[in-house]
Design a protein around this ligand. Structure first.
Ligand SMILES: [Zn+2]
Length: 117
């Protein structure tokens, strides 16, 4: 197999992997949507401490959702780089990103040197 074919094959696998990651995140977002709803008056009736617990829990759920949205943005950015043929290059310096770094996290946008700064 020619080197270019291998690259194409690997990119197509990475693309599938990225789409799967995005789907998984979106599914978790959908499933957990109820937990992010504002704390209702019903919960106030079970007592003040419970209400505080419920509010803290909701805050944690919102924070998880914020992280998921950031992760989805990383995935979509990686998909755009695949589409535009710039995938695998650091978005800061343009150098090739180490292959193990990409294997570890296909959404990684920078080389290890740029990640340090
Ligand atoms: Zn770099």
């Amino acid at each position: 197999m020619a080197k270019n074919d291998q690259t194409q094959k690997r990119f197509s696998q990475i693309r599938k992997q990225l789409i799967k990651i995005r789907e998984d995140i979106k599914n978790i977002s959908t499933i957990s949507a109820d937990f992010r709803k504002p704390v209702t008056l019903d919960q106030q009736m079970v007592g003040r401490l419970s209400r505080i617990d419920a509010m803290q829990n909701q805050e944690m759920q919102l924070e998880s959702e914020r992280r998921r949205q950031i992760e989805i943005e990383r995935v979509e950015s990686a998909l755009r780089r695949l589409k535009h043929g710039t995938f695998g290059n650091c978005i800061v310096c343009g150098e090739k990103i180490e292959i193990n770094r990409i294997k570890n996290d296909p959404t990684v946008p920078t080389c290890i040197e740029c990640a340090k700064t």
